[in-house]
Design a protein around this ligand. Sequence first.
Ligand SMILES: NC(=O)c1ccc[n+]([C@@H]2O[C@H](COP(=O)([O-])OP(=O)(O)OC[C@H]3O[C@@H](n4cnc5c(N)ncnc54)[C@H](O)[C@@H]3O)[C@@H](O)[C@H]2O)c1
Length: 251
Amino acid sequence: MVKIIIQGIHGKMGRKLLEMIEQRSDCEVVAGVDKFKAPCVVPVFSSLDECTVSADVMIDFSNPAATDAALSICAAKNLPCVICTTGLSDETLAKLENASKSTAVFKSANMSVGINLLILLAKKANAVLGTDFDIEIIEKHHHNKLDAPSGTALMIADAIKENASGIEYEYVYDRSKVRRKREVKEIGISAVRGGSIVGEHDVMFCGQDEVITLSQSAASRDVFANGAVNAAVYLAGKPAGLYSMEDMLSL
Ligand SMILES: NC(=O)c1ccc[n+]([C@@H]2O[C@H](COP(=O)([O-])OP(=O)(O)OC[C@H]3O[C@@H](n4cnc5c(N)ncnc54)[C@H](O)[C@@H]3O)[C@@H](O)[C@H]2O)c1
């Protein structure tokens, strides 16, 4: 039985995780971390540092400052962690890399199987279509989302960029400031915020007289929660290192 601590336990994703893990027989939630105080079925601490309950793995769905603080503690305690929080700064990403030298760290800005498959397809599409096709990524999320563009849109763009040969792609988020033609090396990334949209990502490959669009839409947060719990079970007991959905799904 894998013992899990949830950081951000009172948030939308934290509550979903708690609900989902209750239905499973391979893992259990032993404690939570949240700065917000609310009744809970497990002990909740205001920081991971104060948590006195031992566990096999921590799942983090909180905010970048809390993630940053938790990474130091996970590294010091050799507590494997699944980092799902998005909008992490370059400093926190460097800290995450560093923490992975001391403990197992799993990171994905999108825990759904669908998005990770879409990334694989997007890399393949770019390899086949090349620079004859302009790449535009459009992401849509609910009106409470703080970061833009989404961590997932950046994850898709990064994967295409890292996989591309013979071209150094640059990201363009805003076309309102300059008047000039679009360049081939651009990956346009646009964010839409509205209502209760859980998460939609379109990757468009726009060529002469044809457009190919890869699209993924999440209808509920269950797809992320399910991926995060599977990642936690996968990570428990793993040696130090940086792990991804690609490793878990053998993509
Ligand atoms: N990787 C994925 O698949 C995925 C999916 C959904 C959301 N997310 C990301 O996860 C994060 C959380 O999403 P959410 O929708 O649950 O947000 P939310 O705002 O509903 O919940 C965040 C929780 O973290 C707590 N928190 C904030 N600061 C804290 C601190 N310093 N210490 C302890 N707890 C703190 C808040 O009190 C809140 O309960 C966001 O960054 C979001 O973009 C990632």
